[in-house]
Design a protein around this ligand. Sequence first.
Ligand SMILES: [Zn+2]
Ligand SMILES: [Zn+2]
Ligand SMILES: [Zn+2]
Length: 143
Amino acid sequence: MAAEPGPSMATSAGESTGTGAELIGNIQIAKILELLECPVCFDVVLSPILLCENGHSVCSSCKENLATCPVCKDPFTTIRNLLAEEILSRCPVACKNKESGCQVILLGGELSAHHQICDFRLKMSCILFPCNLSCVIMSTIYC
Ligand SMILES: [Zn+2]
Ligand SMILES: [Zn+2]
Ligand SMILES: [Zn+2]
């Protein structure tokens, strides 16, 4: 008796969860990102977001250079602003090199990884010879 291969029933569960997200337009996301702006460098604060004693946030790279909160002058804590990090991880944020020409927009949680590999960060390290092209050529190490 050979085991008959039964027909595999592929249950196609059609997940349609898009009603709420579609209501959130770009304007509202921009307003949310305003709240997540670093008061020092005016970029969006990226994870890990640490709080001062009064709940202000700066981005971690700015915090390294600060003894106290630039807003209220109270010290920083080691408490992370998880709610802000969670919100940020769901919002599309433009690359911090956008003024150099990068058009990448990613969810906040993924942007830190992009900043490490962004082609436009190379513009700053182009020291081999004078560059008249502003280093806008993608995927090249030297301009
Ligand atoms: Zn900053
Ligand atoms: Zn503060
Ligand atoms: Zn970029």
